[in-house]
Write a protein that binds this ligand. Structure first.
Ligand SMILES: *[C@@H]1O[C@H](CO)[C@@H](O)[C@H](O)[C@H]1NC(C)=O
Length: 265
């Protein structure tokens, strides 16, 4: 009965579609066999008396759909050289899905699977990341507008330069696209200048005082020296006198006691 039906179909349809099988069937040698389910493959085609014999896929192979394949498909490898990484591991019913390594985005997409990666643009200092990249899109960078800066790679924002005057400070170094303005405490510099002046005046005073003190000391020393000298001279004279006096009695004690009596007074 089936045969008659098939022959009828063959005669009715164009030669290229000689055998038309139902969904869930595959054609082999002009016959229709039931398909094996996803994750399995055909081991033996169906016969008039028996259905298709199927076996599961093994060892990094898969079949994604119901099929009449006698071999499972080999799982795809993610090429590390192209910076591809495994996004989803292969299963018996699904091929490997590749994605891109960190710092890369997918350039060639086939479905959700990636075939080629590209390094993501780094937003360098002086720019900011206006739009962060995605798996399939590059980062979008934007140069910092005037009056703002970013000092690091991949800054999310550009910061405004510090306005030193508004902060009550003085600008030491103007801001650039990659660095902030450098401010110095104004009150501090005034204090520093005042301190320097005070120190200078103090040292002048101290120097003068020291000079005067030394001169006075020298004068005093000289005066004392003069006095001493005078004293010494006087003493010398006195001693000499006394000596002449004393010498005499020693020699004269025996000769003239009257002189020693004169000396003791
Ligand atoms: C910023 O990125 C550039 C380019 O990749 C790199 O040479 C540099 O070392 C990075 N700088 C920092 C601070 O990470």
């Amino acid at each position: 009965m089936l045969w008659i039906f098939v022959i009828f179909l063959i005669t009715q349809l164009p030669p290229s579609e000689a055998v038309k099988c139902y969904p869930g069937e595959y054609e082999i040698n002009g016959e229709c066999c039931p398909m094996c389910s996803a994750g399995t493959r055909v081991v033996k085609h169906c016969r008039e008396s028996s259905s298709t014999t199927c076996m599961p896929c093994v060892d990094d192979t898969y079949t994604e759909h119901p099929n009449g394949l006698t071999e499972c498909m080999r799982c795809k490898l993610c090429d590390a050289g192209a910076r591809l990484i495994i996004k989803e591991k292969c299963s018996y019913t699904k091929n490997t899905m590749c994605g891109c390594d960190l710092g890369y985005f997918c350039r060639h997409i086939a479905g959700l699977d990636c075939e080629m990666c590209r390094p993501s643009t780094i937003c360098l200092p002086g720019s900011m990341m206006k739009e962060p990249g995605t798996e399939f899109h590059d980062n979008v960078c934007e140069v910092c507008p005037d009056g703002t800066f970013s000092a690091t790679n991949m800054s999310r924002t550009c910061q405004s330069w510090t306005k030193c005057e508004e902060e009550g400070m003085t600008e030491l170094k103007a801001g650039t696209a990659t660095s902030n303005a450098v401010c110095v405490q104004r009150s501090l510099s005034v204090t520093a200048i005042a301190l320097i002046i005070v120190l200078a005046v103090l040292s002048v005073f101290a120097g003068t005082a020291f000079f005067l003190w030394r001169r006075k000391k020298r004068e005093t020393a000289q005066a004392i020296g003069d006095e001493l000298r005078e004293e010494v001279v006087k003493n010398l004279i006195w001693t000499r006198k006394k000596g002449s006096d004393t010498n005499l009695p020693v020699q004269e004690t025996t000769k003239n006691p009257s002189t020693s009596a004169l000396h003791s007074t």
